[in-house]
Design a protein around this ligand. Structure first.
Ligand code: NAP
Length: 542
């Protein structure tokens, strides 16, 4: 505990403003209270949940195990909450987040239905002025962005969408009331994780469904199942051990990370390993060997295995060929985890359009026009993704020293120190920001690491009576270079993925998250702190 009013602090409305009330913002608020700081959270949605508040599309489900995709910071919470399935569905995750908000009485410091439009640092006073959509400005010492890595949804600018006579949806902004597609002609555009989840669900309802696929993706079956009490209790008994293992691992999750190369084992052993991983299900598949992300020849073996599976599942040879990814190494675009995705294309009411060979030209009142055909539809589901990692930050007018905007600073790619602070933007923290492992991991573990690091940093500032902390330019340059170098050692940089900013026209081609792994990253962050916040400029006055 520290005094909420250390002598170095200027008068402000709040000690900290937090932007966003998802997993990151909620734990940040709890942490700020714990260390004795006042805080206000601004949230665009009408309730808590962030990603899980907005993504209400049918089939929305996390592809990290429920026992792991949950907070570990409170032992009682972890022991008491009961999950019902191996992979949690969106309504259950939202219920869990709401429970956390109730349990820690978080809502009283959260202002809902409030979009933050600007955050400006005042150099003279050293405080942040945070402006919301209704024109109100509040002041704070610290501005903490918990705005999410996959929250700035993206609907491509298809010509004619305004004229569409039917209804359209984006998976990331789904209506609260359930949508009934019964009897409708429906189009799904996009075949990433969201498209792959929503497609089998819509196919069960719609009269006919047309999936517009630009790039085929690799997907591994989830083999979801109800969690038994015995499995859950067993996990909970070992929770401390499991959590420590996950946090020290590459992905923040309890995958079985192989120590062997795919190239050093016999064909039979390799086949056996892939079979076992396929039958187990989920993203664990991409850890079958230790060189799948680094060595193209090793990766090809894993990719070929999944390609063969697609050809076994999908009955029509032409459709199977269209669904088979050939343009990227497996895992370099986010691996998908599905329930019945490929098999859905065996249904008589489902069609697949190759939107690369025959791109969508425009949307008309009646439907979708491609370069060679017209598809009349009643509803369109955009599963077209996000301006990932940086979008939620650059959509806000964030200005640091000398009025310099974050968007301008990042015009040729995001630059941060440790993914959490930015040179020229004192006292601004970016939870799971670019240059941190964030969305390459079980993000709840990454969030806890960031929140705890920031909490300790703020305690350090109070103890040392500091007003400002700021990334040093050289430290930032070195970190950016390190993030780039580590990424260049992987196959990730060759794929046109959202990890690389490739899904947004004009976005700089930079690997956005840090590929070094959560365990390694945490050690680096801890060393930096232990060395008196090496690489940070710390000052007692503005
Ligand atoms: P995404 O992975 O970016 O996929 C967007 C899809 O839309 C891609 O197939 C893309 O094709 C397509 N697309 C974009 N513009 C298009 C156009 N003009 N014409 C035709 N197709 C177009 O987005 P997402 O599926 O929402 O997933 C984003 C991330 O959210 C995931 O990678 C994952 O990290 C997370 N997520 C996780 C889960 C889960 O836990 N199971 C579920 C949903 C989302 P191209 O590939 O050719 O660009």
């Amino acid at each position: 505990m520290m005094s909420p009013h250390s002598p170095a602090k200027p008068q402000t409305d709040y000690d900290a403003i937090v932007v966003g009330a998802g997993f990151a913002g909620l734990y940040m608020l709890h942490k700020l209270r714990e260390i004795g700081l006042s805080a206000r959270v601004f949230e665009t949605g009408s309730d808590v949940g962030g990603t899980w508040f907005w993504n209400r599309y049918p089939g929305a489900r996390c592809d990290v195990y429920s026992m792991e995709y949950s907070y570990s910071f409170d032992e009682q919470l972890q022991q008491e909450w009961v999950w019902t399935e191996r992979y949690p569905a969106q309504p259950e995750i939202l219920k869990y987040i709401e429970h956390v908000a109730d349990r820690f009485d978080l809502r009283r410091d959260i202002q809902f239905d409030t979009r933050v439009t600007a955050a400006h640092f005042d150099e003279e006073t050293g405080i942040w002025l945070v402006k919301t959509e209704d024109g109100t400005t509040v002041t704070a010492c610290y501005c903490i962005m918990a705005s999410g890595a996959l929250s700035a949804s993206r609907k491509p600018d298809f010509e004619g969408l305004d004229d569409f006579g039917g209804t359209w949806y984006h998976t990331g902004q789904w209506p609260h009331d359930p949508v009934d597609f019964t009897g409708q002609r429906v189009a799904v555009i996009g075949t990433g994780s969201s498209g792959i989840q929503v497609t089998p669900m819509v196919a069960q309802q719609a009269a006919n469904l047309t999936v517009f696929q630009r790039t085929p993706n690799f997907s591994i079956p989830a083999w979801n199942y109800p969690l038994s009490n015995a499995e859950q209790e067993n996990w909970k008994r070992q929770a401390a051990h499991h959590r420590a293992t996950a946090k020290a691992s590459k992905s923040g999750a309890l995958y079985q990370y192989s120590q062997r190369s795919a190239l050093e084992v016999s064909d039979e052993e390799r086949q056996g390993e892939f079979d076992a991983r396929w039958s187990h299900g989920g993203a664990n598949f991409t850890h079958a060997f230790n060189d799948l992300f680094k060595n193209k020849a090793a990766n090809d073996l894993a990719a070929d295995y999944v390609r063969r599976k697609i050809s076994e599942i999908v009955q029509n040879k032409d459709i199977a060929a269209k669904l088979t990814p050939t343009d990227h190494a497996i895992g370099t675009k986010r691996i998908c985890v599905d329930t019945d995705y490929y098999a859905t294309f065996n249904r008589a009411n489902v069609a697949l359009v190759d939107a690369r060979a025959t791109p969508i030209q425009r949307i008309t009142k009646e439907g979708i026009e491609t370069t060679d055909d017209f598809y009349p539809v009643d509803s369109i589901v955009f599963a077209t993704g996000y301006d990932a990692v940086t979008g939620a930050l650059t959509r806000i007018d964030i200005r640091g020293r000398a009025g310099k905007s974050l968007k301008d600073k990042w015009s040729d790619g995001p630059k941060t120190y440790l993914g959490i602070m930015v040179a020229g933007f004192p006292n601004l923290f970016t939870l799971t920001g670019p240059g941190s492992p964030s969305i390459l991991t079980n993000v709840v573990m990454s969030i806890e690491q960031h929140v705890e690091w920031v909490g300790n940093c703020l305690i350090h500032m109070a103890r040392e009576e500091l007003q400002l902390i700021e990334a040093d330019q050289q430290a930032e340059d070195e970190w950016v270079e390190h993030v780039r170098e580590v990424a260049n050692g992987t196959l990730h940089v060759h794929a046109d993925s959202w990890y690389m900013g490739a899904n947004i026209p004009g976005k700089p081609r930079v690997m956005l998250p840090y590929v070094g792994g959560l365990g390694v990253y945490t050690r680096i962050c801890d060393e930096v702190a232990a060395e008196g916040y090496r690489g940070f400029i710390q000052s007692k006055t503005a």
